[in-house]
Design a protein around this ligand. Structure first.
Ligand code: BLA
Length: 534
């Protein structure tokens, strides 16, 4: 941040976390040109795992760094059909000063965005240039890594997920299975709301830890660019928050003049702000797995370790990622099932009411407020209608003067559906007491006719993991202004008042259908009145 720049949470979202220029030092990174396999960039810690100093590796064939046989193994995977990442990890044994070191090679291709030709011009129309990125992590866990072991570990969980009948069961099964698989001290399923605030909806943890279940966290804890990155790369591990980043050299990629894009990398160094956040929380190692619904981030599986660094082997992380995507698929199914079930019920109510309105001897208001009524279309505390000169209510009643003012306010908007769950805030001039109604949904109809549903205040307590208003603390250090995450994560209870249960987009859509049925019924009746008079 430059001096004088206002400090707000947008600054957080502007940090380009996909190009940090460094990696976490649990492994080493090489960017290699294709097809000639010459090392273009390397992390400074290269020698620690390969015995070759990074500056000696630049410009040399990959085989000079890894050995011929190891490079062949990498090339075989890199040239195989399909998504490169599906073949990870490539198991190789490096010869480091005469000692065999088992290593997981993790491969992906990085797009060299903004690559230039030899005249320094952007290469328009050419396919995007890529580099093969080879990340090497010392292997942990059983070697050789066996597919059957991992398959057995996740197979049972997938079967359990398929049997689960409620969302809560799905969340719980996942949290328990990921903890059993990875050994983290705490595993949480973290679900976003529409504004990207999140809630811990399931938790599996060591017995001596306090619980985070039910706690809410503000959207700014995971800024927008991080969410976008997590939609592309579904898993990330910070194995030790006390790590010292290892820089990638040269800092600017020769083909682009920019740092290497680490979007799909596994060793990507993470935002220092987030590292500070984890330290403030007392977390030593963190891992998270994206949960997606229709390609959008729905939430995360968030894992913490407290007692020390924690580094599940790559294959275990891949299995955990697989469970995450299985949960994602089941979430879509389940949610769709629930929505379809509800929608069918409402549709049959609408069909019944529409048929009933055909009985022209009965006033419309009576039909709509009978045993099957408008409250079955849209749940509310009460509903009031005024149609063809007859009016009536069902459920709780609004005082006549309030009803009149709210209907006039809704009609003045010119909208087909007027809905609010915060009437006092949105229309303070109406002077409707909170005890009477906080939410209204009105269908204004021609000639002063209307249908109006109302809901009372629903006081809600939200337990936040720390006061969300202190989500960022701006600190001045000389001329510099620095944003930092909050220091306390103690439970902070917010009481939300002057709000009713919200009217959902689905409910609004259903009410619009009802509106067109009503207009038809009104039209048909007005015509038969005209016919009768003739
Ligand atoms: C990233 N923040 C994250 C991540 C999580 C959270 C899970 C993903 C990285 C990881 O797996 O650790 C937040 N972690 C949580 C929450 C819980 C948890 C809510 O365990 C609840 C139990 N963070 C701030 C502020 C900023 C910020 C004020 O609090 C910005 C100024 C930034 N968070 C931030 C950034 C990242 C992040 C930049 C991306 C880190 C990266 O991937 O490089």
């Amino acid at each position: 941040l430059s001096p004088g720049e206002p400090v707000d949470l947008d600054n957080c979202a502007r940090e380009p976390i996909h190009v940090p220029g460094s990696i976490q030092p649990r492994g080493v990174l090489l960017a290699v040109s294709e097809p000639d396999l010459v090392v273009v960039q390397a992390s400074e810690n290269l020698a620690g795992l390969t015995g070759v100093v990074w500056s000696d590796a630049l410009g040399r064939p990959l085989a000079d760094v890894l050995g011929v046989a190891q490079t062949e193994a990498v090339v075989r995977s890199a040239s195989a059909f399909g998504d490169l990442r599906e073949r990870n990890p490539v198991e190789v044994t490096l010869d480091v000063d005469g000692d065999p070191v088992p290593v997981d090679a993790i491969l992906h291709r990085a797009v060299l965005d903004g690559a230039r030709d030899e005249h320094g011009q952007p290469e328009d129309g050419a396919p995007p240039l890529t580099n093969l990125v080879v990340e090497l992590e010392p292997a942990r866990g059983p070697r050789p890594f066996s597919f059957p072991n991992t398959y057995q570990a996740v197979r049972g969980t997938v079967a359990e997920l398929n049997r689960a009948s409620t969302l809560e069961e799905l969340y719980d099964i996942t949290a328990r299975a990921i903890r059993a698989l990875t050994g983290f001290d705490r595993v949480m399923v973290y679900r976003y709301d529409a504004d990207h605030n999140g809630e811990v909806v399931a938790e599996a943890k060591a017995a001596d830890l306090n619980s985070f279940l039910g706690l809410h966290y503000p959207a700014s804890d995971i800024p927008a660019q991080a969410r976008a990155l997590y939609e592309k790369n579904w898993i990330r591990l910070i194995s030790d928050v006390d790590y010292v980043p290892s820089r990638i050299q040269p800092a600017a990629h020769p083909a682009t003049g920019r740092p290497l894009d680490l979007t799909l990398s596994t060793l990507r160094s993470v935002s220092p702000i987030h590292v500070e956040y984890l330290r403030n929380m007392g977390v030593r190692a963190s891992m998270s797995i994206s949960l997606l619904q229709d390609d959008r981030l729905w939430g995360l599986i968030a894992c913490h370790h407290y007692s020390g660094p924690h580094q599940p082997p790559y294959a275990t992380r891949a299995a955990a990622e697989f469970l995450g995507s299985t949960l994602s698929l089941r979430l879509v199914d389940r949610t769709a099932e629930d929505e379809v079930h509800r929608a069918l019920q409402v549709r049959s109510t609408l069909a019944w009411l529409t048929a009933a309105t055909l009985d022209e001897d009965r006033p419309l208001a009576d039909t709509l407020l009978g045993t099957t009524s408008l409250l079955d279309v849209l749940p509310a505390d009460g509903v009031a209608v005024c149609l063809q000169g007859s009016s009536g209510t069902k459920g709780a009643e609004l005082p006549a003067d309030v009803l009149e003012r709210v209907v006039a306010w809704a009609a003045a908007s010119g909208e087909d559906v007027v809905a609010t769950d915060a009437l006092q805030r949105e229309a303070p001039g109406l002077g409707v007491p909170v005890e009477v109604a906080c939410g209204v949904l009105v269908l204004p109809l021609p000639e002063g006719q209307y249908v109006l549903w109302h809901r009372r205040e629903a006081v809600r307590h939200v337990d936040w993991g720390g006061d969300p208003h202190n989500k960022a603390i701006a600190e001045r250090e000389g001329d510099d202004v620095r944003l930092s995450p909050r220091k306390s994560f103690d439970r902070w209870r917010e009481t939300v008042r002057e709000r009713s249960h919200p009217w959902t987009p689905q409910e609004r859509a259903e009410v619009l259908q009802l509106r067109s049925h009503l207009l038809e019924a009104l039209y048909a009746r007005s015509r038969s009145i005209v016919r009768a008079a003739e």
